[in-house]
Write a protein that binds this ligand. Structure first.
Ligand code: ZN
Length: 167
């Protein structure tokens, strides 16, 4: 798992242009990594692959399960009220902060076999979709924080056992 401070997490990922067995294997690896880490979503750059792919297995606020993956996702709608709710990330283990996200999000893209897919989410799942799209643009949830919440989260990350030494 790539952690905060790794350059691959801070740069936009490239569109997928080749659909084949390698892409299917990448998606399988991502599911396995997400489950092993007990996450609800994972972006490809979190395992060091700078391609626009994410996977998810995430409940919404009504406890409905959403499971799938999106290749070349586009966040086509993000609306509804802004909700500040607890959010964490497998790339910042143990760090959580109240992060503002839209209550509804729609993502369009394709599957690993190139079939068009449209994913609509509300509540916690909408949060997940926005979080994963951010990853592929090189952003982390801490980039959505301001003021004291941001300073606290970044300080906790600097002091975390997994933190990288700053030069
Ligand atoms: Zn994350």
């Amino acid at each position: 798992m790539r952690l905060l401070g790794d350059p691959v997490l801070g740069a936009p990922c490239a569109e997928v242009t080749e659909f084949g067995v390698e892409l299917i294997r990448l998606v399988e690896d991502m599911y396995a990594t997400m489950y092993a880490a007990h996450g609800v979503g994972l972006a490809a750059n979190q395992i060091g692959v700078a391609r626009r792919v994410f996977v998810y297995d995430c409940p919404d606020d009504e406890d409905r399960r959403h499971l799938g993956h999106v290749v070349n996702p586009r966040l086509v709608e993000a609306d509804g009220v802004l909700v500040r709710g607890p959010e964490g990330c497998l790339s910042l283990p143990g760090i959580e902060a109240g992060t503002p996200r839209h209550d509804r999000a729609v993502v369009e893209g394709v599957t690993a076999t190139g079939e068009p897919v449209r994913v609509e989410g509300t509540g916690f799942f909408a949060r997940c979709l926005q979080h994963e799209c951010d990853h592929l643009d090189g952003a982390l949830f801490t980039d959505r924080l301001t003021g004291l919440r941001r300073r606290r989260a970044l300080r906790a990350a600097r002091r975390a056992p997994w933190a990288r030494d700053e030069a």
